[in-house]
Design a protein around this ligand. Sequence first.
Ligand SMILES: [Zn+2]
Length: 288
Amino acid sequence: MPNRRPPETPAPADAAARRAVPPVICYPDTTLPHPAEDMLAGARSGLVLRDSVTVPPREARCFRARAGQVIRIRSIEGPQVGDLNLWNAADLSERFYSGKTRALHGTHVTTGDRLWSSFPSLRPMATVVRDTLDWYGIDSFGAAVHDVIGTRCDPYTHALLSDGGQYHHCCHSNLTRALAAGTGLPAAEAERHVHDVLNVFMCTGFSRGTGQYIMKASPVRPGDHIDLLAEIDLLGALSACPGGDCGAEHSSDTAPCHPLLVEVFDCALTADWTPPPVNAYDRSHGTG
Ligand SMILES: [Zn+2]
């Protein structure tokens, strides 16, 4: 672990035995409500394009999808990573919960995984219904695509790591400007609603030796897409990350960047879709 101090505490006599305890899955797949196969099939049939938004490089744009519509995020022109925020269109306080999605499904999402909302709603906001990069799996570096482990590139970390450098096209700032434009909120208020993202098309993991966050050039190519079934009415914002394919760096204007396309479709499920209820916990927290 080159970045960490060497241990000061001697290992106990039974260190090997303690390390050898096998792990268990925190949230086994079997305990989660899974989307039914007919839901995936319905979300893939009868697609009728209703709206499309092009996200320029190093910028973000908002889009809206009604419950039961399908959001397609598509690579066009060249490899590009996108940082996605999602909100309940009627209540911005219900927003995508990257950390709980990670705990429930794993570090990266693909077809059949759900994007869960924040407390107290904790319900599926969207379900991944198609992922043309599902072939990638987990590579020999431990990296995979569409992570919920990164947060978003942001100007505060950039300033921290660059002796006060100012950069205004990090995904955090792009999402802030897009949400302000999409809602009419002042930028300072919009910023408070920006949250940890789904890193669409980004290829990431943790270094096996040091546990550090790693990224590598995304395997995405023009034509690839990830499709999300909106389970509730959604306001979304997508940033075309200044890192481009995120193979080298971000928070700068040096990486080649490309636009992304967001398309919103009706599908076979749209007309009769019933949004999932909010979470069943009574919120009394033991206070009687
Ligand atoms: Zn970014």
